[in-house]
Ligand binder design. Sequence first.
Ligand code: SAM
Ligand code: MG
Length: 291
Amino acid sequence: SGTTRPVRILQYVQRCANHGDALGVISAIDSFCSTVEWAMNVGDKKGEILDSVVLETRPRWVLELGTYCGYSTVRIARLLPPGARLVTIEMNPHYAQVAKEMIQHAGLEAQSSSASSPCSQAEQTSSNATIPPSSHQLRWRLQEALLYTTLHCLQLPLQLFSRTPQNPFTSSPLLTPTERQQGSQTCKVELLVGSSSVLIPQLKKKLDIEKFDLVFIDHWKVSYLPDTKLLEECGLLTTGSVLLADNVVCPGAPDYLQYVRNSPQYQSQYFQSYLEYLQVEDGLEKSVFLG
Ligand code: SAM
Ligand code: MG
């Protein structure tokens, strides 16, 4: 059809959710991805666990690794108190552009951005209709979920296939400094486009961050452990910082689990749930950094 899945998800949201309705955006994505096309959002079931961890942690600074279309970004940002900030990192520029518009549609972003849209139109309707899937679509959805799972289980170094931006901070931040100033009242989310391993060491200087109270880890599974160690090395964690890692069972991140469960520096707990939009076990691992 000439569009990408993230764009189709965005277009559906723009049709079905009112501007500024973060919960409407979340429900529209869940509805689309459970009935039309599967996608790798944390999803509704694990999303509830994510919500409760955000609410109990009451973070001032949040880091998200892996934005994709911005589903979990919106989920987290809507629960943040005034003054809290969410930094989300995505290395794929196309996904990042979609996420930027998703975040704007949810009203969690300053309205002054002038960047071009990957979607030509955003017709507003008030309906929250769900589209029933055809058997072909269902089969395709399952095949894709399997492929995703297999790729990750084989631990293919998928990063190798992704474009690495030259200068991640000038490539495409969600807001220009002027936009950031103009939208400072409502702007909670900062989307950085680039690889986490390049961006994490730059965060303190570039964003004036001390420590993260909560880190949602949901990028490629082979990067969970090296990026956790990088966060430690860069002094971005403090006593009580919470790491919440998605997909620790499916596709799985065994080296990461082994580390947080056995290191005396973490107190770790597993939350059993289901893989997004499927009846397959998956879960989140919550690990509190003890310093
Ligand atoms: N957190 C999202 C949600 O629940 O809505 C889903 C994120 S998706 C599972 C993983 C994303 O991480 C992909 O969009 C991929 O491009 C991105 N990614 C993978 N490795 C990355 C890295 N090292 N740095 C930045 N982004 C990365
Ligand atoms: Mg995930």
